[in-house]
Design a protein around this ligand. Structure first.
Ligand code: GDD
Ligand code: MN
Length: 762
């Protein structure tokens, strides 16, 4: 149809063309990297034409982009093919230096692609063009952003490679899946060179592949992609020979190392500088005290200033040397660095006392922990503030729509609400979350405020309730820690907003079978999350998930799902051994689950009762060590969600001697109300609760209790007690057995002794 040569090897031309060609949209762009494939170009195009053109796709909707690094007459063949083909053909003939081989060639092709969908495939016909319609079909039916052709999935084959290369290729695929287990979870063949993706979902400017493995680069750099795969049989090369070589292997390992450590590069350098600083400090101390006769305290102070200067110099030049720092002055950075370092030294003592005396750590562990926290804090401040790129244009806004009941707009990501995240702009939110240093600018005489110390530098919020909207203005410290922003600020607000709209956010988990929902409530730390996970995994084809912690109910007993990520503990993980977490996630969990355990929370509460700025500390700690939270599908990949069900049973689980009994209406109401309050308690909630729950002269507690009572009226409520954490065995039965006749609680307790009546047989 047409042939166009994009650039003749000089990069600027490529760019110019990129602008002019991107005007018209096509359905499909096929990017083919070529290196000495002269005999394959024509046959490839022939097969592509008969495979791709269908009722659905016309030839005029397809372009083929060759990105060529050949030394033979491939370019001439492409030109010739271009004149004959019914597709639009472009070619990029790359400059002599041919940056980074095959992978970068593909990226350059992606940069000029115009199609809604982009296919990447080899030019030697080892990738059957007939698979393309299937890839597209799969992408459309599963709404995937990327569909990979897999040689290693069931139904695929790589036999044509010969046994040696096949084995190697399988081993490498396994290895990379091990290294990047989080990103490559659902991909069997991350090293395949044949895949299709939605152009809008992958920005080629972020990709910097080395060597062959372009798909790996995409999957790791774009972790949010929804991926799928289609098996295929890897064919024989039509003509010419393979360019795979030991060098490509080395490039693959380099690429993997780069991808793995890229996110931590600055941290790594920062730590190296810190270590070198220790050496400098010791040397200076030695010289000052032992040679120049300084007093050792004076020596230490001087040595510290010397090593700080050393650290500053290297941090400036090497750690963040590659950053653009618009209009900030060197001396400001230097001064900040010195102030931060010295004040950190002063903070270490109190922190050590906190770890040892309040958290009960061993003093050596406590000392080490305080060092780690200090280093982390110093890095954080250096990374964000002193050398932060000040990129304020990155003013992202996040939108969440909770069942069309509450719409939230937020200047920070609220990870707990990610299930409800939407991409459309919400112009009139019910809750608007603003993060700014200028809290005063939002103050009015009706504002509800909470502040601990340091003003807008610490934990500080302003809440303005208007007729149709609640504005929450949070200080930057809270904005830094999204979990705190959600849990301690947004969730309490959600609770009362739901009530105003006629719903209750009930504290409890919810599972369903066939549209009938079981509401499970318990005291905090009973083992509810573990119970829910175990019930789910043991009944995957029957039970669906609505929520683990909070459930939305309406007066008529409808429940709507609220799937926040589950906060897990080591204990939980022991229950779902198959959870596909990576090794580093598991290791980190050791630390996380200690800190976010009951002990950790108690220490926090203790602090808050002793007029320590608990919320401020909490925000800092949660920023450094976020709580271990995972969505149910991250723990049980086959778990299914239900968005709505009809409430059918209420179950209270409790630890203690076995029994199982019916709760009467009064007890049921009491339990539900008590456990509702149990969810909130950490500052600033108690302070805010009073102000928040009054609206237009109504006490919303009363309305909430009314909704809950109406929703659960006449539903069977079961009190299930066990000392063995085995409630999960009973839960599904309640929804399945048509009628359950249980004794009432008083009957159970009247009869000989509570412990004697086995509950399993009921
Ligand atoms: N532009 C460009 N530059 N193209 C290249 C280069 C390069 O440096 N090296 C190879 N190609 C082209 C080839 O011309 C061919 O079209 C395609 O990339 C694949 O190269 P082959 O040499 O045929 O590689 P292979 O068949 O051994 O490897 C295949 O399997 C690997 C997994 O085992 C490819 O599909 C790889 O992409 C895949 O990773
Ligand atoms: Mn090949």
């Amino acid at each position: 149809m047409s042939y166009q040569k994009v650039g003749d090897g000089r990069a600027p031309d490529v760019r110019a063309n990129r602008l002019s060609t991107q005007q018209t949209a096509l359905t499909l762009s096929i990017v083919v990297p070529t290196k000495n494939e002269a005999q394959n170009v024509l046959p490839l195009l022939k097969r592509l034409e008969s495979a791709v053109v269908s009722e659905d796709i016309a030839a005029k909707d397809v372009e083929v982009i060759f990105v060529d690094d050949s030394d033979d007459d491939t370019p001439a063949k492409i030109e010739e093919a271009g004149r004959q083909s019914s597709f639009a053909i472009s070619s990029i003939v790359r400059p002599r230096e041919r940056r980074n081989g095959l992978g970068m060639a593909v990226v350059e092709g992606m940069q000029i692609a115009r199609g809604t969908w982009v296919v990447v495939m080899d030019g030697d016909l080892q990738h059957p063009p007939e698979l393309i319609p299937q890839l597209l079909q799969k992408a459309r039916s599963t709404e995937a952003d990327l569909v990979a052709g897999s040689r290693l999935a069931e139904g695929g084959s790589a036999d044509s490679l010969g046994w040696r290369r096949k084995l190697l290729s399988q081993a490498l695929a396994q290895f990379s899946r091990f290294i990047f287990s989080k990103n490559l979870r659902s991909i069997t063949d991350p090293l395949t060179g044949f895949f299709l993706f939605r152009r809008s979902a992958v920005n080629p400017d972020y990709l910097r592949p080395k060597g062959f493995k372009i798909l790996l680069e995409i999957l790791v750099r774009c972790p949010k992609l929804k991926v799928a795969e289609v098996p295929f049989e890897f064919g024989q090369r039509l003509s010419g020979k393979s360019k795979a070589s030991p060098r490509e292997m080395i490039a693959l390992f380099e690429q993997m190392a780069g991808l793995r450590f890229a996110p931590h590069e600055h941290l790594f350098r920062f730590l190296m500088v810190g270590l070198s600083g220790l050496v400098v400090n010791t040397l200076l101390m030695f010289v000052l005290v032992d040679f120049l006769g300084f007093h050792y305290v004076l020596g230490a102070i001087a040595a510290t200033q010397g090593s700080t200067l050393w650290n500053f110099e290297w941090t400036e030049r090497w750690v963040f040397g590659n950053r653009e720092l618009p209009g900030r002055r060197l001396w400001v950075r230097m001064l900040s660095f010195f102030v931060v370092n010295n004040s950190m030294l002063l903070l270490r003592g109190p922190m050590l006392i906190f770890f040892v005396a309040s958290l009960g750590m061993h003093h050596l562990l406590g000392n080490f922990a305080s060092l780690v926290v200090m280093t982390a804090l110093r890095f954080l401040i250096a990374d964000r503030f002193i050398w932060g790129s000040g990129n304020k244009s990155r003013q992202d806004i996040y939108y969440y729509n909770i069942h069309d009941i509450i719409r939230v707009r937020s200047m920070r990501r609220l990870p707990e609400l990610r299930y409800f995240s939407v991409s459309e702009v919400i112009a009139e939110p019910d809750i608007d979350v603003i993060v700014t240093t200028n809290l005063d600018g939002y103050l009015s005489d009706k504002s509800i405020t909470y502040e601990e110390m340091l003003g807008s530098l610490g934990f500080s919020i302003v809440i303005n309730q208007k007729e149709t909207r609640t504005d929450v203005i949070a200080s930057p410290l809270i904005g830094m820690s999204p979990h705190v922003l959600y849990t301690n600020v947004v969730e309490p607000l959600l609770r009362w907003t739901f009530v105003r709209k006629g719903y209750a956010l009930m504290h409890g988990a919810c599972l369903a079978i066939d549209g009938k929902a079981l509401f499970v409530t318990a005291r905090t730390d009973t083992g509810k999350t573990t119970t829910i996970l175990q019930t789910m995994r043991n009944n995957l084809d029957k039970v669906t998930f609505l929520s683990d912690d909070m459930t939305i109910v309406s007066r008529d007993g409808r429940v709507m799902n609220y799937p926040k990520p589950l906060t897990i503990s080591l204990h939980t993980l022991r229950a779902v051994t198959e959870a596909p977490l990576t090794i580093s996630q598991r290791l980190f969990l050791q630390v996380q689950s200690r800190l976010h355990s009951r002990g950790g929370r108690k220490a926090g509460l203790w602090l808050s009762h002793n007029s320590v700025p608990a919320a401020t500390l909490n925000a800092i700690v949660q920023k450094l060590i976020p709580p271990p939270k995972y969505m149910i599908d991250e723990l049980i990949p086959r778990a299914r969600h239900t968005s709505e069900a009809q409430l059918s049973h209420v179950v209270l689980i409790e630890r203690g001697p076995d029994f199982e009994a019916t709760l009467d209406e009064i007890e049921k109401a009491r339990v539900l109300v008590e456990n509702a309050e149990d969810a909130y308690g950490f500052p600033p909630y108690p302070t805010l609760a009073h102000a928040l729950c009054h609206w237009n002269g109504i006490d919303l507690h009363v309305s909430e209790a009314e909704i809950v009572t109406a929703a659960t009226q006449n539903l069977p409520a079961i009190h299930l007690r066990s000392p063995r954490f085995d409630w999960y065995r009973r839960l599904p039965h309640f929804l399945q057995e048509p009628v359950i006749e249980l004794p009432t609680k008083s009957e159970v307790l009247d009869w000989p002794a509570p412990g004697l009546r086995p509950s399993g047989s009921a």
